[in-house]
Design a protein around this ligand. Structure first.
Ligand code: DAK
Length: 259
């Protein structure tokens, strides 16, 4: 499939696909077409055995400056209901393979929410992260009050959501919102290197582990532990578990196939 607002490099590295948001003139504002393209690309990649890890990036100036304000400005509440943008956001959220966000510059509103949908986040030192919706008379609508609060805690989430203040990459790192901060010339390289490292592991175990960690946000401890246990047992149905443990015993590097 060809896309207008994203570019997809299916084999940026072996088993690693790079998706780049590509509306630079609008600071990668997330219009509906871009989100539809992104969700369909992710669905395809999730089903492709040659892909084990996905890296999602923008450009140095902006990961994404939020949902497209111009597209929303005249909408009524019923237009918003009928557009049902959550359908595409839900598809993104349901991606089973790990997604690493490589962010730089503006990471705002829906851009911050999209970043928080990713599993690991590498930020450039120049990243400015915020939920500025309050300044345009609305509030976060795609997880900014929930995921952000779970991630950084009430104090900082309230401050960001109620004032719209942008935080620096360093602040985001201290608050636990991003995993790593590196100089701007390295943020994408770092994310790709990390992707390559995870792509060497068992894709079955990686997927099951991602599912289990995310479940921690949705369930009680007992239910979460139950899912963890079942996924742990399920690993033993894979050839990768046999290979991984055998390789350890034989003191060699394992070759995982995802079977
Ligand atoms: N939407 C549309 N266009 C945008 C944009 C945006 N969010 N952000 C920037 N642009 C456009 C600008 O209009 C400008 O276009 P031209 O005027 O050149 O045609 C171009 O990008 C460059 O921007 P600036 O000239 O403003 O650049 P500056 O460096 O001066 O300022 C800035 C950069 C990032 C501080 C500024 O552009 C800015 O404040 N942008 C808006 C940030 C913002 O408020 N973001 C939150 C948007 S609301 C939902 C899902 C998601 C959401 C809601 C619901 N559902 C699933 C239902 C999310 C909502 C939001 O994100």
């Amino acid at each position: 499939m060809t896309y207008e607002f994203i570019t997809v490099n299916p084999q940026a590295q072996k088993f690693v696909t790079l998706i780049q948001l590509n509306r630079p003139g609008e600071l990668n504002a997330l219009n509906r077409q871009l989100m539809t393209e992104l969700s369909s690309a992710l669905r395809e990649l999730d089903a492709d055995e040659q892909v084990r890890v996905i890296v999602l990036t923008g450009n140095e100036k902006a990961f994404a400056a939020g949902a497209d304000i111009k597209e929303m400005a005249d909408a009524t509440a019923i237009d918003m209901v009928n557009r049902d943008q959550f359908a595409t956001w839900d598809l993104i959220r349901k991606t089973k393979k790990p997604i690493i966000a490589a962010v730089s510059g503006f990471v705002l509103g829906g851009g911050c929410e999209l970043m928080m949908n990713c599993d690991l986040i590498v930020a450039s030192e120049t990243a400015r992260i915020g939920q500025p919706e309050i300044k345009i008379g609305v509030m976060p609508g795609a997880g900014g009050t929930q995921r952000l609060t779970r991630s950084v805690g009430k104090a900082l989430a309230m401050e960001m959501v109620l004032t719209g203040r942008f935080i620096t990459a360093e602040e985001a790192l201290r608050a636990g919102l991003v995993n790593r901060v590196v100089p701007v010339e390295f943020y994408l390289k770092e994310a790709l290197m990390w992707a390559q490292e995870i792509a060497q592991l068992s894709p079955v175990a990686v997927k099951l582990a991602k599912e289990a960690v995310l479940q921690a946000f949705n369930t009680s401890l007992d239910e979460g532990l139950l899912l963890e246990r079942k996924n742990f047992y399920l690993c033993f149905a894979s050839e990768d578990q046999k290979e991984g443990m055998k390789a350890f015993v034989e003191k060699r590097k394992p070759e995982f196939t995802g079977k």
